[in-house]
Design a protein around this ligand. Sequence first.
Ligand code: 5GP
Length: 201
Amino acid sequence: MNKGLLIVVSAPSGCGKGTVLKEILKDENYYYSVSATTREPREGETDGVHYRFYSREKFEKLVSDNIMLEHAEYCHNYYGTRGDIVEEMRNKGKDVILEIEVQGAMNVMKKCPEAISIFILPPSVRELERRLRKRGTEEEEVIAERLEKAIEEIGYAPRYKYIIVNDALENAVDDFKAVIKAEKLKAEYAGEILDEVIKNA
Ligand code: 5GP
């Protein structure tokens, strides 16, 4: 069995990456890495499902114990990925998806060069602003801050291996699946298939 892929996905908030990933995650071979964060849960968010909501003390302890694969501070809160869980799932053959911001993504790319990095772009910044307002879960001030952050983050898009524009959900999901399919067709993943072909010759 091949080790599962490590897939890093970033997008400014409001890009609809959650919706894209929800579609992708219908395939049970994926494992969505539930991040740790020190931010407060939003309405409808459940501990252990959307995030692991930790205190600053607990978060900092996991960082100093080297359990975090990566972590970053984003809008005054810590966010991070537990490396122990990622490894466990990849060793079980699951393709692990990390939905993380750009600093964390850069760190994962450095630590794990095999990671498949995907940046999801909005069709335009104007559309992004409209989507952020429509979501209605944030204060006006937070929207302005997130928009400014989004523009800064989009600057990192060229450092990812793949860029997907989320103009229509269906297209973005198809593009995502195409990326993963192409990755799995790489010769480096074909070891077992080659053995099989030769054995039956
Ligand atoms: P939100 O507060 O909107 O859920 O997330 C804010 C940002 O933090 C998003 O860009 C999200 O992708 C990112 N994020 C979520 N989990 C992690 C993580 O484990 N590590 C890093 N570096 N960023 C994360």
